[in-house]
Design a protein around this ligand. Structure first.
Ligand code: SF4
Length: 367
């Protein structure tokens, strides 16, 4: 498969790993932002190929993991209504809310449907004029264009029984929050390939300049990740700090301009709560006033729901790169993918789930 198989070749991975070994002279802490990258690193054992001096910590880039508890509870509150068909991507169904998850709500009779695109919800809305169809619009900048398109199309076609429960989060503000934290250990970022496919990487340049930190936009195959790490540690060793594009077969500096225009037409930037992390200013999208008739929070009056995280789960520290999943006392004991205590164990892209899936017996786990 072009652009995949060649980036999984062992010889190439070994070559890049050797180059990293020759380049590194002192310890460095790097964070991969994207949950997809975390999954690949753990799945392919990319971290085993690194010198001990290079430590990878896992960032907050799993959209399922960082969707706030109160937003999950709002989803439950809407989904139980008899006049609602609640639609979501499948991976949100098992994310624990304060009391239950959407799968349990569904088993109790709620009409909850898994869809593969928000545009599918428009067909459901047309076919069920007596129902209110709601889509749970989570995710980073990556999923924002499709969600914006669904709302845009609904308004254009006059589909009044479709609404979006919006919980979009944005990468650059959370990177800034991590760098500003007194607990921060991150010295360089592997930038999020999927997000930059939409947004380009212009907005990372001021972050790199301000915090004097290398940011290498990186892909998802083992050779991509090793190449991104090599570029990152090369900058660190040379005392440089700039944005570099390892994923140039997909990413341009400007990104997908039509998609950005659509996002900006439908959404506006707002403060947003991140599960385990807390509220971050200007770190999310909400619907513009023009599209308020498709805003599920407003329609179902769930804006005021507020909740508290369980004190047992340390996923906030995992998401900020301060702790590794296996350092959580509940990891693999009280908390498993079958019985998750926190969202980072639920999603396959979550750091806790990735560690659990590929290091079930602790092989190679570093303390
Ligand atoms: S192992 Fe479970 S309880 Fe511990 S941080 Fe991860 S999700 Fe939270």
């Amino acid at each position: 498969m072009k652009y995949v198989d060649e980036y999984r070749q062992e010889a190439l991975a070994r070559k890049l790993s050797d180059e990293i070994g020759k380049t590194v002279t002192r310890p460095w802490v790097l964070m991969e932002i994207c949950g997809g990258q975390t999954h690949s690193i753990v799945k392919y054992g990319v971290d085993y190929l690194l010198p001990k001096a290079v430590e990878l910590v896992h960032g907050p880039g799993c959209p399922v993991c960082v969707t706030s508890l109160e937003m999950i509870d709002k989803a439950h509150c809407i989904a139980v209504r008899p006049d609602v068909i609640f639609c979501s991507f499948g991976d949100m169904l098992r994310v624990p809310g304060s009391e239950v998850d959407l799968l349990i709500v569904k088993s109790r009779g709620a009409d909850i449907r898994i869809v593969y695109s928000p545009l599918d919800c428009l067909k459901i809305a047309k076919a069920n004029p007596g129902k209110k169809v709601v889509f749970f619009g989570i995710g980073f900048e990556t999923t924002a264009p499709a969600n914006a398109m669904a709302v845009w199309q609904a308004k254009k076609e006059g589909i009044r029984n479709f609404s979006l429960l919006v919980s979009h989060v944005l990468v650059p503000p959370v990177m800034t929050a991590i760098l500003q934290s007194p607990l921060n250990r991150v010295q360089a970022f592997l930038g999020p390939g999927h997000v930059c496919a939409v947004m380009g990487y212009r907005e990372y340049e001021p972050i790199s300049r301000r915090y004097k930190i290398p940011i290498v936009i990186t892909g998802f195959e083992p050779a991509d990740l090793l190449d991104g790490i090599l570029k990152t540690v090369s900058q660190l060793e040379a005392g440089h700090a700039e944005v570099e594009n390892q994923y140039s077969r997909v990413i341009t500096r400007d990104g997908n301009i039509p998609a950005q225009k659509l996002i900006n037409r439908v959404f506006e930037v707002c403060d947003r709560k991140w599960r385990g992390v807390g509220s971050i200013p200007k770190s999310g999208y909400k619907l513009q006033y023009d599209f308020r008739d498709h805003d599920a929070e407003r329609i179902f009056e769930v804006e005021e729901i507020d909740t508290q995280e369980s004190p047992l789960c340390i996923s906030g520290l995992v998401l900020k790169g301060v702790k590794k999943p296996h350092e959580c006392p509940a990891f693999g004991k009280e908390c498993t993918p079958e019985h998750p205590l926190g969202a980072t164990m639920v999603s396959s892209e979550g750091a806790c789930a990735a560690y659990h899936a590929y290091r079930r017996h602790g092989i190679g786990v570093t303390a």
